[in-house]
Design a protein around this ligand. Sequence first.
Ligand SMILES: NC(=O)c1ccc[n+]([C@@H]2O[C@H](COP(=O)([O-])OP(=O)(O)OC[C@H]3O[C@@H](n4cnc5c(N)ncnc54)[C@H](O)[C@@H]3O)[C@@H](O)[C@H]2O)c1
Ligand SMILES: O=C(O)C(=O)C[C@]1(C(=O)O)C=C[C@@H](O)C=C1
Length: 365
Amino acid sequence: MKINVSIIGLGLIGGSLGLALKRNRNVHVTGFDNSYGTMQEAYRRGIIDTIAASIHKVSEQADIIIFATPVNTTVRLLQEVPTWKLKDHVIISDTGSTKGPIMKAATALQEHGITFIGGHPMTGSHKSGVSAAREHLFENAYYILTPAKQVKKEQIQMMQELLIPTKGKVVVIDAEEHDRMTAIVSHFPHLIASSLVGRLSEQQESQPFVRELAAGGFRDLTRIASADPIMWRDITIQNKDELLNQLDGWMEEMARIRKMLLENDPEQIQTFFSEAKNYRDELPISKGALFTTYDLHVDIPDHPGIISEITKILADERISITNIRIVETRTDVFGILVISFQTIADRNKAQLALSEETDYSSHIV
Ligand SMILES: NC(=O)c1ccc[n+]([C@@H]2O[C@H](COP(=O)([O-])OP(=O)(O)OC[C@H]3O[C@@H](n4cnc5c(N)ncnc54)[C@H](O)[C@@H]3O)[C@@H](O)[C@H]2O)c1
Ligand SMILES: O=C(O)C(=O)C[C@]1(C(=O)O)C=C[C@@H](O)C=C1
């Protein structure tokens, strides 16, 4: 018997989830999105098996319904759920970046005997929409579950089993704890990134050339400011209290930094940067598979045509590469070519092919 999963909202997360869940051939995915074009693309790309004719049709056959809509929309739709025709044993979940208001809306579902298990994959992108959806988005990333009170262990287990093909690390966390933790690691950094961009835009008025100078540092720190404003509007509204706590702490921190600048003590300034560097370097930052690449370093002789020689070997083996760059060209014999792959398997295959076809040594660092 197939498990019928319905996904509402087929953007980056809903689309990626459809692709990942369909790795289990026993899962049938029905999808609904309020953009018909999105549903068509999702069907064409094999993200969903069936397009639902309406949001109500999503629910009738579903064993599991997952909302992957912006969080304010999810709250609104959850309020409608008790009027939908549902299977008795249905489990409802979501992927929202905030959990407080969603779990509150879910309380009403419980009163109607409907099971709700909140969900939040801690991976994503500043890109949105179905075209950004990727099957391996969730690999190695934490996938948080926040079950409503009274949800049975077996139902949580069912949800955990459903998520196995995502290859994410499923953990159960209390919703309040979730919102406090995601405020510092995700939501507040988005506010800071957007406000830094705002500062640059302001300074550009008096110094038009300044935007041309924004290089790697500014780019890395502000990538997330390119994320979808509707998604971040909703998250900010829903996690307002935790964000205010973060902002208060940040303002105290900025006052300390101001004092440090005024005192201009080299030792104190170095300690400030050292402490941050040491802590940052030890962080187990999970990038989420979308931006994770697996690099192979190849020692290459410094002669023209070397890159095309190597890419031809990889192309003949049908190995896709996501990036290729020379990180070091030395005046002596060798340079280092770094080739990035999307999977470990591709990197291993490439290393084998290069060892068979060339004398260049390669290393995984
Ligand atoms: N983007 C991320 O990095 C990320 C990561 C983890 C979790 N999330 C959460 O996952 C959810 C989806 O985010 P996303 O990045 O996939 O957004 P997205 O914009 O890529 O996709 C949202 C989809 O929902 C559809 N939609 C909007 N209103 C709808 C409605 N009323 N009925 C049906 N479909 C509707 C949109 O057309 C769109 O296709 C959000 O709750 C977000 O907080 C996002
Ligand atoms: O990688 C990104 O661009 C993200 O913003 C992903 C990110 C985050 O890390 O803050 C954003 C929102 C989520 O709910 C989870 C992950």
